[in-house]
Write a protein that binds this ligand. Structure first.
Ligand code: FAD
Length: 286
């Protein structure tokens, strides 16, 4: 007979881990599923400066999380969900060729910040960053490029200019910046080059010698994974209890919106687990 989990957590990052930790302590039968444990966003962080009690870089953060996972005996199932469907009172999670069933789901699939800039992946964590607030202070007195996908990121470029000697802001729109050390560039960024770390950004018009490149983008919408999920841009719309518009489906972490931060992801994972427990108690009374 098919096994039916109480809760399936989809996504192997901090939000998913936090949800799985809480589900275990709440004594629920959970499936924690992801295509990677913690993944690149943890391992590639140059320095984790804002997660309470932790001091170190991404690699050390990853190791600490793995130690905790082992100590708490948190089970992880490797697999990429290709569809989540609501059947009568259950969710079916497709991980081709397998199918899992759960009464509730916590969606923790993050946002995909990567694009198609040549060299971007190679230098991720070695000068390429996606988060001005996380890494801006590392570039005090340095020259950086900020690639802005929309005017929503003007504030982040200004934030970077507080630290950097010079910010080249690449934007496909007109923008006025308060900081005098921001140069607006309408060139099209093509590739990132360097040796051990980023050394330059090449555009369709020239070469910029920089120590870092910030790629400030909106992410991909999640409704492709869960039909009927209400979203706003790249993010699932949730309430304070992390509930989405679909009964029994919760979301936590970057997928629910800015700020993209470990502490927020961990907190939301915990809240979602408690909300899922409450939801299960309610449906068991019906
Ligand atoms: C280079 C870098 C450095 C950073 N440094 C900091 C920092 O210093 N401090 C800080 O607070 N924040 C930092 N951040 C932001 C932080 O990494 C994120 O806010 C956090 O990882 C979000 O956690 P999450 O669990 O929501 O999502 P993610 O970490 O993105 O995890 C989601 C996981 O789900 C997986 N997944 C996606 N779709 C599916 C699917 N269909 N099926 C199965 N699995 C799926 C993804 O592959 C991924 O492993 C940094 C980010 C980057 C990129």
């Amino acid at each position: 007979m098919e096994h039916i989990y109480d809760v399936a957590v989809v996504g192997g990052g901090i939000a998913g881990f936090s949800a799985a930790l809480s589900l275990k302590s709440l004594r629920l039968d959970y499936l924690w599923l992801g295509d990677a444990e913690f993944g690149e966003k943890v391992k590639n962080s140059e320095y984790v400066r804002n997660f309470p009690s932790f001091v170190g870089d991404g690699k050390q953060f990853f190791e600490a999380l793995m130690r905790q996972k082992e100590r708490e005996e948190i089970a992880f199932t490797h697999g990429r969900a290709d569809g989540i469907f609501r059947t009568k009172d259950l969710f079916a999670i497709s991980v081709l060729p397998d199918m899992y069933s759960a009464r509730a789901v916590i969606l923790c699939t993050g946002v995909d910040l990567r694009g198609k800039l040549q060299g971007e992946r190679e230098f991720s964590g070695r000068g390429v960053s996606y988060c001005a607030v996380c890494d801006g202070a590392l570039y005090r007195g340095k020259r950086i490029a900020a690639v802005l996908s929309s005017p929503d990121f003007i504030g982040e470029a200004e934030y970077l200019a507080d630290f950097a000697e010079k910010v080249y802001a690449f934007a496909p729109f007109e923008a006025a910046f308060e900081h005098k050390n921001i140069d607006l560039c309408h060139d099209l960024p093509r590739s990132i080059e360097g040796n051990m770390r980023v050394e330059r950004l090449l555009s369709d018009r020239g070469t910029y010698d920089v120590d870092g490149v910030f790629l400030l983008r909106k992410a991909v919408p999640p409704e492709a994974l869960v039909g009927g999920l209400r979203t706003e841009g790249a993010h699932a719309i949730v309430g304070r209890d992390m509930a989405t518009n679909l009964k029994g489906l919760f979301a936590a972490g970057d997928i629910t919106g800015l700020p993209y931060q470990y502490a927020k992801a961990a907190g939301e994972g915990l809240v979602a687990a408690h909300s899922a427990k409450r939801y299960l108690s309610e449906i068991s009374k019906i």
